[in-house]
Ligand binder design. Structure first.
Ligand code: URA
Length: 241
């Protein structure tokens, strides 16, 4: 039985912030089981109580999941004093769900970022024990070689002495500038950049294209996002265990 505060229920349905909902309650715009209710702290039960806002039924949606194409220059955070953050890219309705990014992409990196308010799922996706694969497209200053492929497959040692788990490097183009797909199963700070540094080269462009079962939707432009489909949510929830 899910019991939720009335103001949270209403803002969770995307009707506005909790403060706006408190005002709406004072203005007698909300009924529970047909009765006007003004107490934002009243607990309502999903599946049992009927909540109406301006006469329209409001169902309870606890968790939301969005796939975003994070653009460069934006932080994977919910707030920051100076820089723009990914939740600024959400419209007010979607932001009302108090979502946060699952893991981080560097400010200068772009690509797939999952945003949700499902803390349990986020924890599972980020848990070092789950080894959820993340795949990146990289552009590298310098020539990637078969020796680099082998080194990454064995597990390179980062500048701080950390021994990475085996990853996989698929060279797409080699030359003075090389391109590749790299898949890793952990998420240390600047990990891909530091793995490439460990083989003596430098990442100049980094884009995440997959995370676990999710692939970046080719229809999304940088800065755009969309809700996950039902089947994407199902495959993710299977990871939640
Ligand atoms: N590895 C990095 O170096 N940066 C990221 O943003 C993600 C993985």
């Amino acid at each position: 039985m899910t019991k939720v505060r009335l103001d949270k229920w209403l803002s969770g349905a995307g009707l506005g912030t909790r403060n706006e909902m408190k005002k709406a309650l004072r203005a007698a715009r909300v009924r529970v089981n047909g009765e006007i209710v003004k107490d934002p702290g009243l607990h309502v039960v999903a599946g049992t109580d009927v909540v109406e806002f301006d006469g329209e039924p409001v169902s309870y949606q606890e968790f939301v999941y969005y796939m975003m194409y994070k653009p460069q220059g934006v932080l994977s955070a919910t707030e920051d004093g100076r820089d723009p953050v990914v939740v600024d890219l959400l419209d007010d309705h979607d932001a009302a769900f108090d979502v946060f990014p699952v893991g981080r992409l560097d400010k200068d990196a772009e690509g797939l970022l999952l945003l949700t308010n499902d803390g349990k799922l986020a924890h599972q996706l980020l848990s070092p024990k789950k080894h959820v694969p993340k795949r990146y497209y990289v552009e590298v200053d310098g020539e990637l070689t078969e020796a680099d492929v082998d080194a990454i497959a064995k597990g390179v040692t980062l500048d701080d002495g950390y021994l990475c788990r085996p990853g996989s490097l698929l060279i797409l183009q080699r030359g003075a500038v090389s391109t590749a797909h790299i898949t890793i199963h952990e998420g240390k700070f600047h990990q891909v950049k530091r793995m490439i540094q460990a083989v003596g080269k430098q990442v100049t462009f980094l884009k995440r294209i997959e995370m676990g079962p999710l692939s970046l939707d080719p229809d999304l432009e940088p800065g755009e996002y969309r809700p996950l489909t039902e089947s994407e949510i199902e495959t993710l929830l299977a990871l939640r265990g």
